[in-house]
Write a protein that binds this ligand. Structure first.
Ligand SMILES: *[C@@H]1O[C@H](CO)[C@@H](O)[C@H](O)[C@H]1NC(C)=O
Ligand SMILES: *[C@@H]1O[C@H](CO)[C@@H](O)[C@H](O)[C@H]1NC(C)=O
Ligand SMILES: *[C@@H]1O[C@H](CO)[C@@H](O)[C@H](O)[C@H]1NC(C)=O
Length: 349
């Protein structure tokens, strides 16, 4: 009798659990959370990846040119143009092969994912803080051409990814007669194509990845999308990146060398100081949030944490900007970008 009652209770509990799970599943299907990013499902368990093995051609015409070939036969060449105040050295982890590299979290994941996808990566630093559409265009054309010939990759499709200033630069470089891009990805930038007086006849298919919280940018991207589609008959696509909440482990999940302890401590400080709301969303852009100041305002900092934070200020700020989703480079949409690239690789060959 006792055992029967026990079993029936267990059965009721199981049935109850089933109903709850079923309801939850239906609910999640019809009301997907606005939060697309779940750090617990990221595949980057091996954060400090041993797959990085860059070659730095640091003295080619006074700019950094850093490259890496994938493990197997490459299927495409991906040229990457960074934003203002950034450099090619942001895209690889610091190693003996690249002692000036600082491996910013989004940049390094873009490279890592692209390598795993079989792309040869070429990153060139701008000559000045931002890219210019002057003599720099010709010099980058020459460098890309030279590098591709040097590695005998002329037969592979050339792809481009540019962020912010690098996106504007790439959108212009894509009109080049010297190098022909098969398709390009413009991140957090509107492109300059609709401002040109002479229009190219064969502009490459273009995917825009932007953050609609920046409404001015959204309007410009809308305009460029329409221009490319209607005036140049170019295939276009847009990916809209939305904000997501910080979690206590977000920073340690995405920044190699930043421990879980530091991550959880920072998260608590952010909450205590009102930088994030009670759901974990950033209230402002990371650049606008005076989050570094509490390191100096007499707060008691666990031993060793200060130096870890100080060594990762740019890394942390980048993730805060990304979570706020106003203006930051992102690696979160790379799978969609690769699919876009690959659809347009096939369609021409
Ligand atoms: C890279 O690592 C080396 C050796 O560990 C170190 O001396 C150097 O300061 C690091 N560079 C950067 C930019 O972090
Ligand atoms: C480097 O610059 C020189 C002088 O401007 C030019 O002749 C040469 O082609 C350039 N090399 C590359 C690889 O772009
Ligand atoms: C941009 O276009 C989308 C639809 O394609 C529209 O919903 C949105 O309001 C537009 N944004 C701006 C700022 O014009």
């Amino acid at each position: 009798m006792v055992s029967f009652r026990f079993r029936s209770k267990r059965w009721r509990a199981a049935a109850y659990l089933f109903v709850v799970m079923f309801t939850l599943a239906i609910y999640m299907k019809f009301f997907p959370s606005r939060v697309k990013f779940d750090s617990s499902t990221t595949e980057w368990d091996d954060l400090s990846s041993s797959e990085f093995n860059p070659t730095v051609d640091g003295s080619v015409n006074h700019t950094d040119l850093i490259w890496q070939l994938p493990a197997g036969a490459p299927k495409a060449v991906l040229f990457i143009a960074h934003g203002c105040n950034h450099r090619a050295t942001d895209f690889w982890d610091n190693s003996s092969g690249c002692p000036h590299c600082i491996g910013l979290p989004e940049e390094r994941l873009i490279v890592l994912k692209a390598l795993r996808r079989g792309y040869a990566i070429l990153v060139i630093s701008s000559l000045r803080t931002c890219w210019s559409l002057g003599d720099e265009v010709e010099s980058v054309e020459r460098l890309i051409k030279w590098w591709i010939a040097e590695h005998r990759l002329q037969k592979l499709p050339l792809l481009g990814l540019g962020a912010s200033s690098g996106g504007e630069f790439l959108s212009y470089l894509a009109t080049s007669e010297q190098i022909k891009f098969r398709s390009i990805a413009i991140l957090i930038a509107e492109g300059v194509i609709d401002t040109l007086t002479t229009l190219p006849v064969d502009y490459p298919p273009t995917i825009f990845v932007h953050m609609p919280k920046d409404a001015v940018m959204e309007r410009s991207v809308n305009g460029t999308l329409k221009f490319l589609r209607d005036n140049l008959n170019v295939p276009v696509k847009e990916i809209r990146c939305l904000e997501f909440p910080l979690t206590p482990e977000l920073l340690s999940d995405r920044i190699p060398g930043l421990s879980r302890g530091v991550s959880v401590w920072l998260f608590r400080q952010f909450r205590k100081r009102g930088f994030i709301d009670d759901k974990g969303f950033m209230k402002n852009d990371g650049r606008e949030t005076k989050w570094k100041s509490f390191l100096d305002d007499g707060v008691s900092i666990p031993a060793g944490y200060r130096s870890v934070v100080n060594n990762h200020l740019d890394h942390i700020e980048e993730e805060l900007n990304l979570a706020f989703a106003y203006h930051e480079i992102t690696s979160l949409e790379m799978d969609k970008i690769f699919r876009w690239f690959e659809v347009h690789m096939k369609s021409i060959n």
